[in-house]
Design a protein around this ligand. Structure first.
Ligand code: PAF
Length: 278
């Protein structure tokens, strides 16, 4: 595995390849990331992963400083998974001057849900992803569906800027009890880890209510919020949205349930596409 620390090193090395398949990450890699890397392998002539904890997408009170940085084990895992090129710039290498030119995604998509609770988050995400795309120039890039809104916003950005990149969304990997894999799961205490499965259970209960014909979607959302609240969670949202654009659904629209909630000091997100046919 070749490790590039600067944009120049990356470009020089990637000059030999025509169709890189790219997985951007912030490190602290788990099986969900490695699944993306495995799926990237057959899609390009080089598998490129980036590790960069992007300050631009953290609010001042968030966990930028304490975000887990696990370089040695990340490198080991990537080598074992067959990553060809790891791009791991430091802040000076990726942002040599203050990044005042930023990508502002469509506010209709980006100012709701995560964007409402984490203002500016998607500006930070789109700016770094655009910059990483410019460095790697991939033919394909893979993103997990766990960050459902992020995936949708990146697809939209790629379409609007006519970037010649195929975006592949990959199903969320879960622990055996159903908890969606996430780097932030490592923050959970043992008791919180046992409780954390309730988030995916809440989404399943919402899906079940819809499948069994419940029409009052707001009542389903309120019940889910209250149920988690009673268990000691602080939910930001548990909502049923139209899958195509995450707006309020009309009858018959394919739905996705999305959730974000705090358990102790840890904020978890998850989502579930609801298949009304099954
Ligand atoms: O999903 C993530 O890990 C990050 O938001 C990303 C896409 C690597 C950008 O920093």
């Amino acid at each position: 595995m070749y490790i590039a620390r600067t944009i120049a090193e990356l470009r020089e090395h990637l000059g030999a390849y025509r169709r890189p398949a790219f997985v951007p990450t912030m490190g602290n890699l788990h099986d969900g990331h490695l699944d993306l890397v495995r799926r990237a392998k057959p899609l390009g002539d080089a598998t490129v992963v980036s590790i960069f904890v992007n300050r631009l997408q953290f609010l001042p009170h968030e966990d930028f400083d304490t975000y887990p940085r696990t370089w040695d084990s990340d490198c080991e895992k990537l080598r074992a998974t067959g990553c060809d090129v790891l791009f791991a710039p430091d802040e000076k290498a990726l942002y040599p001057e203050p990044q005042t030119c930023k990508v502002h995604p469509d506010p209709v998509l980006a100012n709701i849900l995560e964007g409402h609770f984490r203002p500016g988050f998607f500006i930070g995400v789109c700016t770094v992803v655009m910059k990483l795309f410019s460095c790697v120039q991939p033919a394909t890039a893979l993103f997990g569906k766990k960050d459902y809104q992020q995936l949708m916003i990146i697809r939209h950005m790629v379409r609007q800027f006519a970037l010649p990149i195929e975006i592949v969304g990959v199903e969320t990997l879960r622990a055996t009890d159903g908890l969606a894999l996430s780097s932030r799961n490592g923050y959970l205490s043992e008791t919180e880890r046992a409780e954390s499965v309730q988030l995916s259970k809440a989404l399943q209960a919402m899906a079940e209510a819809v499948r069994s014909g419940e029409r009052d979607l707001q009542a389903v959302e309120t019940r889910a919020m209250e149920a988690l609240g009673k268990r000691g969670w602080q939910p930001d949202y548990l909502v049923l949205r139209r899958r195509s654009d995450l707006q309020a659904p009309s009858p018959g629209d394919p739905l996705v349930a999305l959730a974000a909630a705090r358990l102790g000091a840890t904020r978890l997100i998850d989502n579930l596409e609801i298949d009304t046919q099954s």
